[in-house]
Design a protein around this ligand. Structure first.
Ligand code: NAD
Ligand code: RBV
Length: 510
C-alpha cells in the first residue's frame, strides 16, 4: 500500500474521518483516569504470570519485531497487559474493542499513554493507537475497527488478533466485494449492524478499489480468541474462502477449559450483581446452552444457591448437565416461572420476543455468548405498546403490555442487561486477570508462531501444539503454590509418554 487513501469524508453520523484517523480515540485522557488505569494494570500484571514470563523470556530477542498487529478484543485492563506484552516483544500495535460496551475507559487511557518506561504522559502519549470507548454506537464501533486496521503510512497489519472475528470479517467482506466490483445495497442487509458494515465498505470502495485486496495480501495470519469467532473461521475454511492462516486459540485447553468455564463462573454473577444487586439465592435461573460457558455459568449461579435449570440441544451436554445435578428443560416450559435467564449458546434466536412477553414480572434477561442475537430484542421492540426505560447504563426495564404477574396486572416488565450483549463485559469488567493470563499467553504464542514461522502455515485453521498448552498451564502453577509430581522414566514408559510431556494424546478431552 503506497499511501493512505485521502478524503475529507466522515463516516455516517460519527463525525470521524473515514481515512486519516486521529492517533487514538479514547473517552478520557485526564491524568486521574490514566493514573487509575496504570495502577490497575500494575495490579493485573501480578496476577498474569504467563504474560510476564513471556516478557522475561523473549524481551531481549524481540520475536515480534516487524509485526504490525491489529487487535480487535475487549479493551480491558487485562487486554492492556496483553498489548504491552506484544509491544515488549517488538510488535507495533493498533487496537479496537470487539464490543461496544466492554471497554474500560481507564484501561484504554493508560494504554494510550504507555507504561512509565515509555516516558509517555497524558499530554504526550507514547503508547499504541487505541480506538475504543465504552458506549460506542455501531457506526463508531466499525469506524474504530477500520482505524485499527489502517496505519498512518497506509500500510495494513501483517497479523490480526481477533475476538469474535469482526476484524477478520471486515477484511474478508471488503476483499470479496472488491473482487465482485461492488458492495451490496445496505437495504438488503439482514440486520442494522451488517447494513453499517456495508455502508463502511461502500465508502471505502468509493475511494480506493484495491484497498482490501492489498491489505489482505499483507496479512500472514489471525489468532482467534473465542468459540464464535473460531466457528466462523472453520466455516470459511470449509467454504475455501479463508484468505490467510488462522490459529484457533479458543481450543487450546488452557483457554476454553479455563476462561470459558472458570472465567464465566467468576464474571457472570459479577455482571448480574453490579447490574441489579438482586438476591440470587432461592431464585430459579435458566442457563441456555451447557457447553464450556454454560457449565461455568451454572456453577456460578449454583454457588449463589440459585435453583439452576439448563436447556440444551446436544444429548451429550444435556446428559452432562443431568449428571452435574441440573434439571434439563425446554425454555417454553419454564419461561413463565423462572426468575433469571442467561443465554450461553453462541447460537441465535434463543430467547424470542414471544418468550419475553410470557416472563414473570421483573425477570432478568441477559446473554453471555459473544453476539447480541441470542436474545431477540429487535423483535421485542416491534411488539405494539412495548416501552424501554433506561435504569442506568447497560440496564433497561422493558415494559410489556401483556399482563404477566405484575401487581397491577395491566402490564409487566423484564430487566434486560447490556442490551443483550455479553453481560459480564457490559455490566462488569469481564474475566479476572489470572484466567485471562492463561488465554492471552496462548494468544502471544500464536502471534509469535504466525510471525516467525508463517511459511509453515496454509490458509487453514490450526491449534497450538499440546506441548505449548501444557507450558501455558505450567507457567500458572507456581503462583498457586502447586507442586507438580514428576514422572519417573519407568512410569513414563509404562503410560507411553515422555517425561517432559506431552502427557496426553491429542484425542484426550480433559
Ligand atoms: P460451546 O459450543 O461449548 O457451547 C454452546 C452450547 O450451546 C453447546 O453445548 C450447544 O449444544 C448449545 N446450544 C446450541 N444451540 C442451542 C439452543 N438452541 N438451545 C440450547 N442450547 C444450544 O461454546 P462455548 O465455548 O460455551 O461458548 C458459548 C458462547 O460464549 C460463544 O459465543 C463464545 O464465543 C462465548 N464466550 C463468551 C465469553 C464471555 O466472557 N462472555 C467467554 C467465552 C466464550
Ligand atoms: N474475555 N476477555 C475478558 N477481562 O478482558 N473477559 C472475557 C477480559 C474474552 C474471553 O476470552 C471470551 O472468549 C471473549 O471475551 C468473548 O468475547
Amino acid at each position: 500500500m503506497a499511501s493512505p487513501p485521502t478524503t475529507s469524508r466522515t463516516f455516517l453520523d460519527t463525525g470521524l474521518p473515514l481515512f486519516g484517523a486521529p492517533p487514538y480515540k479514547v473517552s478520557d485522557l485526564s491524568p486521574e483516569t490514566v493514573a487509575f488505569g496504570r495502577k490497575e494494570i500494575e495490579l493485573a500484571e501480578h496476577e498474569m504470570p504467563g504474560l510476564m514470563a513471556l516478557r522475561r523470556r523473549h524481551r531481549d530477542r524481540k520475536p515480534l519485531a516487524g509485526a504490525r498487529i491489529t487487535g480487535s478484543l475487549h479493551m480491558t485492563i487485562q487486554t492492556a497487559v496483553l498489548i504491552e506484552t506484544l509491544i515488549d516483544l517488538g510488535a507495533e500495535v493498533r487496537w479496537a474493542s470487539c464490543n461496544v460496551f466492554s471497554t474500560q475507559d481507564h484501561a484504554a487511557a493508560a494504554a494510550v499513554v504507555g507504561p512509565p518506561s515509555s516516558g509517555g504522559t497524558p499530554a504526550v502519549p507514547k503508547g499504541p493507537a487505541i480506538f475504543a470507548f465504552k458506549g460506542e454506537t455501531l457506526a463508531e464501533y466499525w469506524w474504530c475497527t477500520l482505524a485499527a486496521l489502517t496505519w498512518p503510512d497506509g500500510a495494513g497489519p501483517n497479523l490480526i488478533l481477533d475476538d469474535g472475528g469482526d476484524a477478520t470479517l471486515l477484511v474478508h467482506k471488503g476483499a470479496e466485494f472488491e473482487a465482485a466490483g461492488s458492495v451490496p445495497d445496505p437495504a438488503t442487509a439482514e440486520n442494522e449492524e451488517f447494513a453499517i458494515v456495508l455502508r463502511l465498505l461502500a465508502a471505502v470502495q468509493e475511494h480506493d478499489r484495491t484497498f482490501w485486496g492489498t491489505l489482505a495480501k499483507g496479512i500472514k495470519g489471525v489468532s482467534e480468541e473465542t468459540t464464535t469467532g473460531v466457528n466462523r473461521l472453520y466455516q470459511m475454511q470449509r467454504a475455501g474462502t479463508l484468505l490467510f492462516a488462522a490459529i484457533d486459540v479458543n481450543n487450546s485447553v488452557t483457554k476454553s477449559k479455563f476462561d470459558n468455564i472458570y472465567g464465566c463462573r467468576h464474571s457472570l454473577v459479577d455482571g448480574i450483581n453490579r447490574a441489579t444487586d438482586v438476591m440470587l439465592a432461592g431464585k430459579v435461573a435458566v442457563i441456555c446452552g451447557y457447553g464450556d460457558v454454560g457449565k461455568g455459568c451454572a456453577q456460578s449461579l449454583r454457588g449463589q444457591q440459585c435453583r439452576v435449570l439448563v436447556t440444551e440441544i446436544d444429548p451429550i451436554c444435556a446428559l452432562q448437565a443431568c449428571m452435574d445435578g441440573y434439571q434439563v428443560v425446554r425454555l417454553e416450559d419454564v419461561v413463565e416461572t423462572a426468575d433469571i435467564f442467561v443465554t450461553a449458546t453462541g447460537n441465535f434466536n434463543i430467547i424470542t420476543a414471544e418468550h419475553m412477553q410470557r416472563m414473570k414480572h421483573n425477570a432478568i434477561v441477559g446473554n453471555i455468548g459473544h453476539f447480541d442475537n441470542e436474545i431477540d430484542l429487535a423483535g421485542l421492540a416491534k411488539v405494539p405498546g412495548v416501552e424501554r426505560v433506561n435504569i442506568k447504563p447497560q440496564v433497561d426495564e422493558w415494559i410489556i403490555p401483556a399482563p404477566g404477574n405484575a401487581p397491577d396486572r395491566k402490564r409487566h416488565s423484564i430487566i434486560v442487561l447490556a442490551e443483550g450483549r455479553l453481560l459480564n463485559l457490559g455490566c462488569a469488567t469481564g474475566h479476572p486477570s489470572f484466567v485471562m493470563s492463561s488465554s492471552f499467553t496462548n494468544q502471544v504464542l500464536a502471534q509469535i508462531e504466525l510471525h516467525t514461522e508463517h511459511e509453515k502455515y496454509e490458509r487453514q485453521v490450526y491449534t497450538l501444539p499440546k506441548k505449548l498448552d501444557e507450558e501455558v498451564a505450567r507457567l500458572h502453577l507456581e503462583k498457586l503454590d502447586a507442586r507438580l509430581t514428576e514422572l519417573t522414566p519407568q512410569q513414563a514408559e509404562y503410560i507411553g509418554v515422555s517425561v517432559e510431556g506431552p502427557y496426553k494424546p491429542v484425542h484426550y478431552r480433559y
